[in-house]
Structures are given as structure tokens and as C-alpha cells.
Design a protein around this ligand. Structure first.
Ligand code: CA
Ligand code: CA
Length: 379
């Protein structure tokens, strides 16, 4: 499948000056493309559906694969602490969850790891794929005009500081730019490179890219509950992966220090991604659960999901459907190098955000899990 979908059209609708086509025409295009995307998505996400069923039975393995740690079964409270003044409504109410044991990557998937996958499979990420107009127009009204070629080039979203300030902190298009040529191998667009960044997290990863890697590696994406349980590192009532001390943020996670999005003062040592393991691990030995790059989970996003849950649920896997099936979103967790307390304190464990499936950007990656029981952890 070589198609660009919703986020591509979001970009040309809202980010790129319209030339040969009118905005209204593009709006119509978008509506039809979202519908088409849904059909495509229903096929491409069979893995998710299957894993939902399959995951009720854990596999048994003999030893822990390199680069993973075993998270013991247990119970925890998912969602925001009552004392968390930064929490949003969709993080509430806090509810008791029981989780089976599983294995999770110690770090975000790195460029080196993703390179190995690509070298073995020749996989092409969504951000690298050109828009195939001949394919897309089959799903559009007859005689829909072809957009200008400049709007059909592969690319992704790249952050830019706005030293002159912004009108508000709601309109993210003020600091995101659609950049032709931006992808996991060229994180900042044409001319940039990952040479020397082999140990940085891979970025510009859309949901289906993460799934493709998981399939190749024999892994899955974590559920939101698994991710949150792992992020706590075994701590009870912790707001952050390192505890409750917000004052040690710059020593604990790669975020945006300074005045977002005007000036990054670089107090934590990194303006973009940091090599994984640059900051201390949490209680389970997991790195960058707060900050560095956002991480995909397998759960559909629904802002009301927690309000409908019973307490003490076991192995929750999120809503059965996205809240908006025309614009389906998955939950991403942990925040990124662009998080800042004044704007997006998503390095908090309970923080969550919905992200459209085909949206990629330079601050979004993933890590994987294996749902497993181990014969003997001491083997
Ligand atoms: Ca930083
Ligand atoms: Ca992270």
C-alpha cells in the first residue's frame, strides 16, 4: 500500500499555500480521502485486531531477549493523580488496573534497530512514499482536479522555533512545518542525516510503520495500560517516571527547556532527540519513558474512555473503536523533546494524546513489547 492519507491532506489544507486548487476542492478531497483511508486502515490494521484476540493467551519463552526487561504482573492505578494540577480531563478518573507480566524494550526503538529492519525488508515508511494520484483519484469524485505536483511530494512534519513569539499555544501549525523530504533517514528534511545518530530514537514513524516493525520483530505495541504501568517503574502514586519531583525534570528527561516555542535554552543538553539512555532509567530500568520522543500504543484514543471504565479491570486494551471513525486516532504516550510545563507537560505518566494513524513527525517514535510468561526469570 503506497498512499498518503489524512495528515498529508491536513498539511496541504492548512500549511501549504494553495495554488492550482481551491481550498473547498481540497476539503472535498480530504473528506473522500479520509473515507478511503478508513477502508485502507481496516485492512492494514488486521494485526491490531488479531493481537487483541491473540493477546488473551500469553506465549511462554525461556529467556529475556536482549534490550528488553520483564515487567512483573501486578496492579496499579491508571490515570492522573488527584493532586496533579496539570492533568487534563481525559486522564481522569484514576482507576485500578491489573496487568499480566510482559516484556518491554528498555529504550525507544533506535535508528540502528530500525535500519536493520529496513535493510532486511526494504520497508518504505509512510513519510517516504509519494502520493500516487492515479490510485487516489479512483476513490474521488469523477473529474476531481489533480493538485499541483508540489503538493504530492513525500515529506513529514518538522518543528521550528518561533523566536518572534506566537499568537497562542493552541494553534500548533505555528511551530510545525510540512517539509518535503523529511523522513526517518532525514529527520530535518533534505540534507539532514542520521549518520552519527544511530543510538537516537527513530522518528517520523506513522502507526503502520511501527506495526510493520513489530511484525518483523515478532513484537507488539504496548497497550496504554502496559505503557503506563511500565512507566511507573514500580512506584506508587508517582506523577513522573522518576517520582514526584518536578524540580529535577532537566536531569531526568529530554524536554523543551526555556520558553516554548520561542527559545530552547538547552539546559538538559539536547535541543532535538537525545541518544537513548542519556537520562537515568526508571525503577524497571526503562529509559526515556518521559520525553525524548512520543511513543505509539495499540489503544484507540477516546477522550471519554476512562469515564466509562469499571474499577479493577484486567489487561485493558482501550476502546473497541476510535471515537471518530472518519479520523481514527491511537494513543501516544510520554511526551517528547518538545514538551514544556507551560504548554504540554506530557512527560507525566498519565498524560495521553490521540494521534492520527498516518501522522508522522520528528518527535514521534515507539517501543515494543512481547506479551509473555517466562518459564523462570532466573534462567
Ligand atoms: Ca531538551
Ligand atoms: Ca519517550
Amino acid at each position: 500500500m503506497k498512499k498518503r492519507n489524512q495528515h498529508y491532506w491536513d498539511k496541504i489544507l492548512f500549511k501549504i499555500p494553495l495554488t492550482n486548487v481551491t481550498k473547498n476542492t481540497l476539503s472535498i478531497l480530504k473528506i473522500f480521502l479520509v473515507g478511503a483511508m478508513l477502508m485502507i486502515f481496516n485492512t492494514s490494521c488486521d494485526h491490531t485486531t488479531n493481537s487483541r484476540k491473540k493477546n488473551t493467551v500469553q506465549i511462554v519463552i525461556d529467556s529475556i531477549p536482549e534490550g528488553m526487561v520483564w515487567i512483573p504482573e501486578g496492579s496499579f492505578y491508571q490515570g492522573a493523580l488527584v493532586s496533579d494540577t496539570l492533568a487534563m480531563n481525559h486522564e481522569k478518573p484514576r482507576h485500578l488496573v491489573t496487568i499480566d507480566s510482559f516484556l518491554i524494550d528498555v529504550t525507544e526503538v533506535t535508528n540502528a534497530q530500525f535500519s536493520k529492519f529496513v535493510n532486511e525488508t526494504n520497508y518504505i515508511t509512510l513519510a517516504e512514499r509519494p502520493v500516487d494520484w492515479n490510485e487516489i483519484k479512483k476513490q474521488l469524485p469523477l473529474n476531481t482536479p489533480k493538485p499541483h505536483d508540489s503538493l504530492l511530494q513525500p515529506g513529514s512534519l518538522v518543528f521550528r522555533n518561533r523566536p518572534n513569539g506566537v499568537a497562542n499555544l493552541y494553534d500548533f501549525s505555528q511551530w510545525w512545518s510540512w517539509k518535503t523530504g523529511a523522513n526517518w533517514k532525514q529527520p530535518q528534511g533534505e540534507g539532514s542525516t542520521i549518520v552519527g545518530k544511530e543510538n537516537h530514537p527513530v522518528v517520523h514513524i506513522a502507526y503502520q510503520d511501527a506495526l510493520a516493525y513489530c511484525k518483523w520483530a515478532g513484537r507488539e505495541l504496548p497497550t496504554e495500560a502496559q505503557w503506563e504501568y511500565a512507566a511507573s517503574g514500580g512506584l506508587k502514586n508517582a506523577m513522573f517516571p522518576w517520582g514526584n519531583d518536578a524540580e529535577i525534570l532537566k536531569k531526568s528527561a529530554n524536554t523543551y527547556t526555556g520558553i516554548f516555542p520561542i527559545k530552547n535554552d538547552n539546559q538538559d543538553g539536547f535541543t532535538k532527540t537525545a541518544p537513548v539512555r542519556s537520562f537515568p532509567g526508571n525503577g524497571y530500568g526503562l529509559y526515556d519513558m518521559g520525553g525524548n520522543v512520543w511513543e505509539w500504543t495499540s489503544d484507540w484514543y477516546n477522550a471519554q474512555y476512562y469515564t466509562n471504565l469499571n474499577d479493577n479491570i484486567k489487561n485493558p486494551r482501550g476502546p473497541s473503536l476510535p471515537i471518530d471513525q472518519k479520523a481514527p486516532e491511537k494513543v501516544i504516550k510520554g511526551g517528547s523533546f518538545l514538551c514544556n510545563a507551560t504548554y504540554c507537560a506530557s512527560y507525566r505518566i498519565s498524560s495521553r494524546m490521540g494521534n492520527s494513524l498516518d501522522s508522522s513527525s520528528e518527535h514521534k517514535g515507539f517501543r515494543t513489547v512481547i506479551n509473555t510468561k517466562i518459564k523462570s526469570v532466573s534462567d
